[in-house]
Design a protein around this ligand. Structure first.
Ligand code: FMN
Length: 158
């Protein structure tokens, strides 16, 4: 397999760029992600792919909450902040304000939509873990185009 072709082909798959919020024992954290999807209608279940050596990975485990914060197509700068996540202080990640979901994971005040899940399953087939979260809540703040790998040119797969 040609490595350059492999990278190009795998980077063709469009995906949203979003912010994952997680929390455990008083610690709050968030990072910029792009690997996610829905894998069940009933019950509604979402999965996220999380790098095994990341801070977020050490916080996520069975029974833990996480949020998916969907960004608008204009929020490229917000996404960039979370590719090197700042330590939260006084309800802000850097300059970006957040509040806590009912189960305690961060929701960005300014996001297009959010979903809150609780981890009920996981699978580690490679260098990322797929955490499967049962949907426990969601909110919709806007209706415009959302930030994606296609709209922003940002890439993670390959
Ligand atoms: C465009 C883009 C998409 C990304 N998507 C993911 C992803 O889906 N899963 C992941 O674990 N890391 C992803 N990352 C990397 C994380 O944002 C990065 O590793 C971050 O530093 C992890 O933070 P943490 O170690 O503090 O939890 C992505 C990075 C970029 C630039």
């Amino acid at each position: 397999m040609n490595p350059d072709t492999k990278r190009k082909v795998l980077q063709l798959f469009p995906s949203p760029i979003f912010v994952v919020g997680c929390a455990h024992e008083g610690e709050v954290h968030a990072f910029g992600g792009s690997w996610m999807g829905q894998c069940s209608f009933d019950p509604p279940i979402l999965w996220i792919g999380v790098r095994k050596d990341s801070r977020a990975h050490s916080l996520l485990d069975l029974g833990r909450p996480f949020t998916i914060n969907i960004l608008s197509a204009e929020q490229v700068k917000v996404a960039r902040v979370f590719f090197k996540p700042p330590t939260p202080t006084e309800g802000r990640f850097g300059t970006i304000p957040f509040h806590l979901s009912p189960l305690g994971a961060p929701i960005l005040n300014d996001c297009q939509a959010w979903a809150e899940c609780v981890v009920r399953d996981k699978a580690s087939p490679g260098d990322h873990t797929l955490f499967f979260g049962h949907l426990t809540g969601c909110g919709l703040n806007g209706a415009g185009a959302v930030l994606t790998t296609v709209s922003s040119g940002m890439k993670y797969g390959g």
